[in-house]
Design a protein. Sequence first.
Length: 234
Amino acid sequence: MISMKRMNAILMKDFKDFSRNLYVSTVLILPIGLGIMYGRAGIDSIESHFMLINLAFVMVATFIQSCLIAEEKEKNTLRSLMLSPASTVEILGGKSLLTFILTMFVVVVTAYFSGYNPANIGIIMIAFILSSFFYIALGTLLGLFSKSVMEASVIVLPVVTVFSLGSFLPTLIEQYPILKIGMYLPNIQLIELAAKVEAGGGFGNVILELFIILVWVIVLFLVTRIIYRKKMVD
C-alpha cells in the first residue's frame, strides 16, 4: 500500500529545501517573463508558443527535479531515504509532487501570458500532464547521475537546448533529412498535437501523438526505476 503520509512528508521537506534555494527557485521566473514579452510583442504562432511551453517544461520539471535529487546526494541524505521504510514509489512520487505542481503552474501561466488559447483545452491539458511526467522522470534520471546541484545544472543544459529550441526542428528537415528521427521526440509530438487541435481535430485525431508521448513516459520511468534501484545497492 502507498502511504500518502510518507509522500506528503517528502513533499513538505522538498518545499522547505526549495524555498531556501534561491538559485533553483529563480528558474520559475524565466519562462513566465518570456511569456509576458511574447504576449506584448504580439508573437502568435504554434512554434513560438510551444518553444516557451517546452522551455517551461524543461526549465521547471527537469531542472528543478534534477536539482532536488542532486541536493539529496550532495547532503548524503538520499541513501538514508532509500533505506527508509518508504517504498520506491513513495520516494520518487513524493519527490515529484512539488515539481509537478510547480511545472503545471508555470506552464499554464506562461501559456496564458504568451496569448496561447487552445481550441480544445481538455486535450491540451492531458498532453501537458503526460509531458510533465516525461520531463520529471528525465530530471530524476539526471539527478541520479549528478553528485551536486552545480553538476546537475551543467548536465541539464544540453537537455534545455534539445527540448526548447528543438521546437523548430521541422524547419531543418529539408536540409538535414537525418533529423527526421527527432520528430518522435515528445516536445515535437506536443507541437504536432497542438497544431491538429488548432485545426479542429478531436481526441481521435491526436491519439497517436498522445500514445508516443505515453511510450516515452513509460520507458523513461522504467529506466529511472532501474537506475534508482541500482543506486540503492551500489
